[in-house]
Design a protein around this ligand. Structure first.
Ligand code: ADP
Ligand code: MG
Length: 392
């Protein structure tokens, strides 16, 4: 059994060094964090430890420096962005192991916070190197895993360190697992999943797994065109993965055999040139020159009706090319429709889906916004996540 964050708070942690792995992999532009959502998600965990007078040391990664120092990937802007959120000074050391780290930790008082440098500057992180893990662990008394977005990877800061220290899940990780376990094991019904995005190849396993769990599945985004092609329909020049037609046919047959309500949009916003929104029109059958960019209004209506009947809603993947305002109507309408479902437990996951609910201004209306895109999908696919397995 995994030891939860609440269990750690029962331990005498005053004066102890608690190493906390967080997912602070945020967008940075000109040295400034432009979206602090991920940082904010772990503030509760950190604050609770500081209140218990622990000496807190944060481990995080940023981007993919691949084991070398990349100046633009330093965590200094992240430490700055954390300060106003946590309302206390955040010390920062420019390395993740070594003498400067050891002395900074020695100098840390109770209820003080230190952030180590980007853990991926060290090659031992991604190779889950045993010595590197031991060194990290040697700085601390306890380990807390709160980086849900990283637990599907087998790295030193997700697996290695946890083997050498009494380890616990953080408050964010506990919340993620509570919501996602409920979705996959005991959802309130009817359960409707909306899966969109660009490539069906990246979502096939989650589609296959979820179709067995849900009552209704809505497919949106470019994945629609691979399914329409598999049904022998025309998709014009829309993004479709022609090498996956057999798998798409199998999926459609499986959904039918299981008597699942699978909603494939019946009308589409199409253009003749992605760069030319003025050519947009709504069609039910795509002509050879058409590129599908969004679901149409009739489909939006059908989905809205299903949502108002649902008790559990999971959404991953935009329904159209929502980055372009003219093609964002379907995605925005569905974001608002989910936000207006007080009867349902609503869970949204995926980087682009989170931007979409932020653009729609409805993020705070969702019961749970999952911070880990890849990890939440892998969890729902039923995969074992190494960073969670190691916690027991
Ligand atoms: P998430 O990050 O939420 O998991 P994905 O990364 O799977 O979502 O998909 C998001 C991308 O899908 C967006 O960049 C969006 O433009 C694209 N997309 C959605 N619909 C279409 C479409 N009809 N044609 C091409 N791309 C699309
Ligand atoms: Mg994405």
């Amino acid at each position: 059994m995994r030891k939860r964050f609440a269990d750690l708070l029962q331990e005498p942690i005053a004066g102890k060094v608690v190493l906390v792995r967080v997912d602070f992999n945020v967008p940075i532009s000109n040295g400034v964090v432009t979206d602090s959502t991920r940082i904010l998600s772990s503030v509760g965990t950190i604050q609770a430890l500081l209140e218990k007078q622990a000496r807190v040391v944060l481990i995080a990664h940023l981007n993919r420096p691949k084991g070398t120092i990349v100046e633009s990937d330093r965590l200094t802007p992240v430490a700055k962005a954390l300060e106003p959120l946590i309302k206390c000074p955040v010390k920062k050391v420019d390395d993740c192991i070594g003498a400067s780290v050891q002395s900074s930790i020695n100098a840390l008082n109770n209820s003080e916070l230190l952030m180590l440098e980007n853990i991926r500057f060290h090659p031992g992180e991604e190779s889950n190197d045993a010595e590197f893990s031991k060194t990290l662990a040697s700085y601390a008394d306890f380990f807390v895993q709160d980086a849900f977005g990283a637990v599907h990877r087998s790295h030193a800061s997700t697996v290695g360190v946890a083997k050498h220290l009494p380890s616990y899940s953080g408050a964010l990780l506990d919340k993620e697992l509570t919501f996602l376990s409920e979705l996959s094991k005991s959802p309130k019904r009817p359960f409707c999943a909306i899966i969109g995005g660009s490539k069906i190849s990246t979502k096939f396993s989650v589609l296959r797994r979820l179709i067995d769990v849900v009552d209704v599945m809505v497919v949106g985004g470019a994945m629609v065109y691979t399914l329409l092609l598999a049904q022998g329909k025309s998709v014009g020049k829309s993004l479709a993965e022609t090498d996956l037609l057999d798998q798409a046919r199998e999926f459609l047959a499986h959904a039918e055999a299981k008597k699942k309500h699978l909603i494939i949009p019946s009308d589409h916003v199409v253009v003749t040139d992605i760069q030319a929104p003025q050519t947009a029109q709504v069609v039910t059958t795509l002509a050879p020159e058409h590129i599908g960019v969004d679901i149409g209004p009739a489909s939006v209506q059908i989905i809205q009706d299903v949502l108002t009947q649902s008790k559990t809603i999971f959404w991953n993947g935009p329904l159209g090319i929502f980055e372009v305002d003219a093609y964002a109507k379907g995605t925005m309408a569905i974001a608002n429709a989910i936000a207006n479902c007080p009867q349902a437990t609503t869970v949204v996951g995926g980087g682009d889906s989170i931007s979409a609910i932020n653009v729609a201004g409805v993020a705070d209306k969702m019961d749970h916004v999952s911070t880990g895109g890849g990890a939440s999908l892998e969890f729902l696919e039923g995969k074992q996540l190494p960073g969670i397995e190691v916690l027991g």
